[in-house]
Design a protein around this ligand. Structure first.
Ligand code: FES
Length: 124
């Protein structure tokens, strides 16, 4: 029998700790995340590991936006080779002609994030 899945939340920082449209690295459950606070106060989380260079650098990426299917989506561009990722889904939108390192997916893992009482919480 499979036990019911419970969503747990881990508080990682205060919303005020995050500069708008600047990435911040966090360690949750042994995994490095890149947190990004958008202008509207939304916080999104993707993996900190850049699959195209193998280094944990995505929190130092450039936050921007792209039009996908007619809608503007928030993006993060790698500080290394400039791949562009959809911050909401982790999807690699532009691989700029490169392939990810062996064994790594081009798309990023994402985490659910919520803001409660001024604190940023991530579901591991
Ligand atoms: S491994 Fe993260 S910057 Fe070098």
């Amino acid at each position: 029998m499979t036990p019911p899945t419970l969503t747990t939340w881990v508080r990682v920082c205060a919303l005020a700790d995050l500069a708008v449209e600047r990435g911040a690295a966090a360690l949750v459950d042994g995994e490095q995340l890149a947190l990004v606070r958008l202008v509207d106060g939304t916080v999104l989380a993707v993996q900190q590991l850049d699959p195209f260079c193998g280094s944990h650098v995505l929190a130092r990426g450039i936050v921007g936006s792209r039009t996908v299917d007619g809608a503007s989506v928030p993006t993060l561009s790698s500080p290394m080779y400039k791949q562009v990722f959809d911050l909401r889904t982790g999807a690699c939108l532009d691989a700029v002609g490169r392939v990810p390192l062996d064994g790594l997916a081009a798309d990023l893992r994402t985490w659910a994030v919520r803001v409660v009482d001024g604190g940023v919480e991530v579901s591991p």
